[in-house]
Each structure stands twice: as structure tokens, then as C-alpha cells.
Design a protein around this ligand. Sequence first.
Ligand code: MGD
Ligand code: MGD
Ligand code: MO
Length: 759
Amino acid sequence: MEKLKQKQMEKTLACNHSRRRFLQGLLATGVLATMPSGLLQPLLVEAKDLLNEAEYQIFRNACPRNCYDTCSIKSFVKDGVLQYVEGATESSFTAGGLCVKGNSYARQLYSPDRIKYPMKQIGRGSGNWKRISWDEALETISSKILEIKAKDDNLLGLGLTKYSGNFGITHYGVEGMMSSLGYTTRFVGTPCWPAGIDAQNYDTGSMWCNDPEDMVHSKYIIVWGANPAFCSVHTMKYIYEARERGAKVVVIDPLLTQTAAKADLYLQVAAGEDGALALGMARHLVDKQLVDREFVTRYALGYAEFEAYLKKNITVTWAAEKTGIPAAEIRQLAEEFARADPATIWIGYGMQRHVNGGANVRAIDALVAMTGNIGKTGGGARYGHLQTWGFNYHAMIQDKPAGSKGWLGKGGPMGEFHGASGDQQAKYRDRTVNINKIAQEILDTNDPPVRMLWVACKNVLSQDFDTNKIKRAFEKLELIVAVDLFFNPTVEQADIVLPTVTPFEDWTVNVSYWHYWLSLNEQAVKPLYETKTDIDIAAALSKKMNAKQPGSCTFPQEIDSKQWMEKEFNQGIYDLFGIDSWQQLRQGPVKAKLKSASFPDRKFLTPSTKYEFRSELAAANGHAALPEYKAGRKAYGPLRLLTPHSKFSLHSQFQNLDWMHDFNNEPFVYLHPQTAKSRGIKEGQLVRVFNKIGELSMKAKLTDNVPTDALLMYESWFGRKNNFNVNTLVDDESSDMGAFKTGAPGVAIHDQFADIAKA
Ligand SMILES: Nc1nc2c(c(=O)[nH]1)N[C@H]1C(S)=C(S)[C@@H](COP(=O)(O)OP(=O)(O)OC[C@H]3O[C@@H](n4cnc5c(=O)[nH]c(N)nc54)[C@H](O)[C@@H]3O)O[C@H]1N2
Ligand SMILES: Nc1nc2c(c(=O)[nH]1)N[C@H]1C(S)=C(S)[C@@H](COP(=O)(O)OP(=O)(O)OC[C@H]3O[C@@H](n4cnc5c(=O)[nH]c(N)nc54)[C@H](O)[C@@H]3O)O[C@H]1N2
Ligand SMILES: [Mo]
């Protein structure tokens, strides 16, 4: 008892201590500058005490969230308690600093709100939760799986939806667990970046961006529909440095974001009209003879046709009408971009979440290509890359039990990211359905229906689209199992919740889809309470399944998560990163030995090995062969609703912590004063925001950072504080591209419309 009390005290102390570090971190990242200081002053004074590092045991960790920055972390443990975290200094990208969310990690680990034990809910959505043992939880789950198999003669009634809660490589063991049970139903695709992935694949045969650190060499940077001041704070330093060296920075976004506020020039484009802007610029470059003739003749295919298309169909005046940007500004922007060498465009994920998002990305790629900026340090059409992801996927690749039956239908493509298995030769395959239309797919899928849903690394009710429809679809499911850390809106609709861990209780390895660094994630403290990692849960389930029906699950029944982390490495990874063993990562993260420019020899992975202005593959997949203009979604309401990402959350993560509430206590809808006036809405007033699928109420904030025809709400989950959920108002309309490489089209998150009125 005494010992237990002592431990509790230590943890509380640890939290006070790490809270000071958190505030210190905030001070460093400038977040506190915008906050009322009275509340924080006393703590900040204490935070100045310097710590003696020698007293701590130091571990290496990585932030595994779906974020460009994927930070390398140094963790400080004393007496078995994580005292505080820091950004690693060995990575020039993380450069010793974490964001506001990273600095709150100690609180996430020791949050009193964590799910501590397996629990079952008596009456879905009732809140009547009862603690149960792991044995009881696994008994219920395995019985259901066997029942489904007996009823349907296959396991297609078991569905998995998993996305980006944790990108640690061993977490692909969740997909592995599904494979080890049989052929199942997989929700495939991504809500994030698929239209742009396909677009870049049509143009270059791949998706590969320059090292973000080489942006310091750019002479002209266009940040096009990205908001790194919120979403990639570590990249901002390269943009600042480029500016100090004389580069011009331009931001193109319908919102005047914090990134735009730091730029030399901000252009408020009409949402969804980026293609018109890029093509208008391209036309002007043709007229001004500012095209890089060497690139377009030697390294590209179909440029002459593209030029003919521009001359026939596009004018700068037309582009000005479409985009709302004056023709003179379009001309100036095009000329400045073409004359700077090297010049680069960062194509954000935000700008491709439209019904024409893929077409718009292709038009921007074309602009970078025709100015000869591809294959150059400091140049490039930067979107993302998977160059450093060549792990073994040992946890993911598992055999089916002998005699498994599955999907006989043709089905859509598998996509590259999901570990769904079966090929054209195999008799059976997993049944793949669109992750972005989870509600519709559950409602529509029969023979057999999805009976049981496994949710991991995904907060469906917060992050997926048309919340009300998802709730209706969930009624069709017989059992919902959620594996999570907190009682989020998805867990609230589950029957069983299994408690899982933070990165500090886990062994895994992490890389980024943006920078070129590799980080080890060590277990710094033992898993708290009764929590288990995703792969330990898979092993425990396998043990139970095999006890009940030998041979029903191939997943190993006893695993060592550290060994499983080791099994993800291979010689290719060692060579790419210039290390001999993973143990070297204990000294700190390492960077891939890659040239800073993508496609440095200007050889592309397209069928022609050239940059393809004309893509037959795009045409074969039902798109225009050329990067042509594609119109946006027809408005179905008076105001466009934009729901981008918040500084204080990583999607639904972190904002639920009490520490975050100190800084961001309540969600708002932001609108232009003129729009507010026309509806008689005043600052701070309670309002309703509504459209054809739902309604929300919150307070209004007036700002001319938002265009007059739009509303802004940041996505994030506010813990138990209120019912704010932007996806009550965002439907599941698809974007044009994504199915080619990710297995399903993306979703037009920013092509949404709504109205607002006083509550
Ligand atoms: N309206 C609107 N909706 C959007 C977007 C938008 O801009 N606007 N953005 C979209 C985009 S880009 C994305 S990427 C998606 C992201 O959507 P999700 O992938 O759902 O993102 P998160 O909220 O980060 O994480 C989901 C859950 O994973 C849990 N988790 C964390 N670690 C682990 C772990 O180790 N194991 C398990 N089992 N669970 C874990 C977290 O607690 C959290 O509840 O949202 C999309 N939805
Ligand atoms: N703090 C924080 N960081 C994150 C995340 C987070 O949730 N929070 N999420 C991570 C993930 S999963 C992702 S995908 C990335 C997202 O990173 P970003 O793409 O940078 O972020 P978003 O907020 O999705 O969208 C960026 C911008 O796109 C703009 N936009 C919307 N429609 C259009 C359009 O039609 N044209 C143009 N030009 N702009 C448009 C929005 O106004 C917004 O400012 O960030 C990652 N980093
Ligand atoms: Mo994302």
C-alpha cells in the first residue's frame, strides 16, 4: 500500500515537472505568445530551473502520429517514471524542439482519462461500462469470430478499419492479425492524400519529394494549400532560412493562415480553383516563352499537346475570373516563379481534398515541370514520399489458416498500403471496401454483411464522414471492438474496448513521409495498468482462438515486442541509412543517404520513363490524359465549410488532454464580419451551423482571415467537454483520384457547404 502511494506521488510529481517542461516547450515554439499569461506565469518561473540530465535514464522515442514531422524524441526517466521529453538534437529536422502536442506527451502517458482495463458496454452508447478481464474480452471476441465463420463459412463478416493513430511499423501487425484469422473485409484507401498520390504517379510514376531541408536553397517557394505553421512546424525553419537568403515566399490558400501571415505574398484563391490558377500561369509562360525547352523536349512526354491544350482552352483572364485573383497578379506570379532558379512548390494535402483535387495537383506538377524545376536541389513539386519505408513488414505479413475461404468476386484494386491479400491468381481474396465511405459500405455490403468491426488507430466517429450516417450504419453491426487509449466518440459506440499504449510503453521504429530521418522507439516505461500494444493484443487473441479451435489463427501466440521491432529491419534499410545495426539508433536518429533532389537523373518511373504531361494510364483510369481543367463540386449551400487541421490537436489526439484545454478551451466557428453582419451575428454569440446532413452549435468568432463566402471550423475532439464534431457536417463525396494507388478514391473534405444562423 505504502509503495503504491509512493508511486502515485511520484507520478504526480512527474506530471508537475513535465508540465513545466511543456510550458517551456510552448514558450520555445511561440504558442504562449497568443495566450493569457496570468495563468501561466508562476509555472514559467519554476520552469527556468535547469535539470541535471545525469540523474535520468535516457530513452529514444519517436512521435508516431500521422504528421509530416514525425519527431525524434529523447525521453528522461527516473525511478521508472517518464519525467519529461525533448526533441532530439541529433536530427537536424527535429532540431531539439517539439510542437505543443509533443511537449504534452508526459501528460498523455499519465492522463487520468486513459482507458486502463478491457471494458464492455452494456447497451451501445449507454455509457454503462463494466470492467472485464482480458480473458473475458478475448472470450467474447473469439466466440463471435468463430460464430461468424460457422454461419457464413468464411470470415468476410469481420471488418477492419485502421488508419493513422500510430504509424509505428510494428502496428501493421493489426493488418497481420486480420490475415492470420482468414480472408476478411478491409476498409482500404486513405482520407488524407490519395488524389495527390495518384496525380503524382500519373506524372512521374511515383510520389517522391525533395528533402525538405533543401528548401533553404530555393529562390522562390510557393506553399500551395498547406499550412505548415500548424501542420509541420519544423519545416518552417527552412522556409525562414530560404527567405533570409533572399527567397520570396508565396502562400496560396482560401484562408489567411498563420503560414500566409509569414509570407511575402498571400493570394486568396477561390477554393477548388487551383487548377485554373496553375493553368492560367502555364498559359502565360507559354506566351512569354518562359518554358524550359530542354526539360520539356528531353525529359518529358506530351508537352506539345499540353501546350496546344493551353492555347486553345486557357487564358489568364479566364483564370482570374475563376480564382478571384487579378490577371496582373497571376502574370507576375508566373513570371517570378519561372525566372527564379531553383523554384519550388509545396503542394499541401489540404488543397487536394476536392472533387477535382487530383486534376488540380496534376496542373501544379505541370507548372513545376515546364519550368525545369524537377530533379533540382531547392526545386521540386513537393508532396510526400515513401522512399524510406522499405521495412520487412514482418508483423503485417501473416499466413491465412489452412482452408480459409474468402471473397470470390473481382473487387477493386488492393492499394499499396493496407496489407490486404489475395492476388488475381489466388482463388480467394480479402473483400476491399472504401474506408472513406465506411457508413455507406457497411449499409450496402451483404452476402455476407459486415457483422463485426475491429477499430484500431482510428477514431471513426470523429474523423470519418457523415457522423449521423455512421451511427446509423453501426446499428447493423453485431459487435464493435475498439482498441484505443481514451474514451473517444468511437469508443462510446463500441461494445468492447481494449486499452492500448502510448509510444513510451512500446517498441517500434518510425520514418516520415516528408523528411528523411529514421528513429527508434524504445520502451521507456512498462505498459501502465492492463494496457497492451496492438501486436500483443493480436498474440493474446491468437492464443485464445487456438485454445478454442486449434489452427484457427496463425498469429504467433507469444511474442516479444522488442524482437518484433528488430524483425522489421533489413540490409536495405541499414544501407540506406548507413548503419550496421538498429542498436546504433540508440545514439540518436539517422538520415537516409539520398540525394536531396528527387528524380536527380530526371528518369521517371512512368511507362515512358519520362515526365508525362500526357498520361495514357490516367486516360485508361477514366481521367483526362493531359492535366486539364476540371470543375469543382456544385455548391449545395450558401457558404463553403472548411474544416482543416488544428495547431492543438493531431486530428482527434491531444486536444482531449486537460493541459491542452488550458490553451484551447472551446471550439468556435470563424466567419467574416460581413457574413456575420448579414445574418445579425455578433462576436461570441451562440450560433447554429447546419446543412443537409447535420447541425452543430457553438460560439462565433469574427475574422477577415476567412473569405466572405466561407465558414471555418478546426477538426479536433474536445474530450468529454462538448459534442463538437465537424464531420457531422462533412459528407462522404469522393474526390476524383486515389483508387489507382491507394485502393479507393479520396474524399472531398473541403467541398462542403453550410449555412449559419443565431442559435
Ligand atoms: N473534417 C475533416 N475530417 C478529416 C480531416 C480534415 O481535414 N477535416 N482530415 C483527415 C485526415 S488528413 C486524416 S489523416 C484522418 C485521421 O484520422 P485518424 O486516423 O482517425 O486520426 P487520429 O485521430 O490521429 O487517431 C485515431 C485514433 O488512434 C488512437 N491511437 C493512437 N495510438 C494508437 C495505437 O498505438 N493503437 C491503437 N489501436 N490506437 C491508437 C488515438 O487515440 C485515436 O483515437 O482524418 C481525416 N478527417
Ligand atoms: N498540428 C497538426 N499537424 C498535423 C496534423 C494535425 O491534425 N494537426 N495532421 C497531419 C496530417 S494527417 C496531415 S494530412 C497534414 C495536413 O497538412 P496540410 O495539408 O498543411 O493541412 P490542412 O489543414 O489539411 O490543409 C492545409 C490548407 O489547405 C487549405 N485548402 C483547403 N481547400 C483548398 C483549396 O481548394 N485550395 C487551396 N489552395 N488551399 C485549400 C486549407 O484552407 C488549409 O489552410 O498535417 C499533419 N500535421
Ligand atoms: Mo492526413
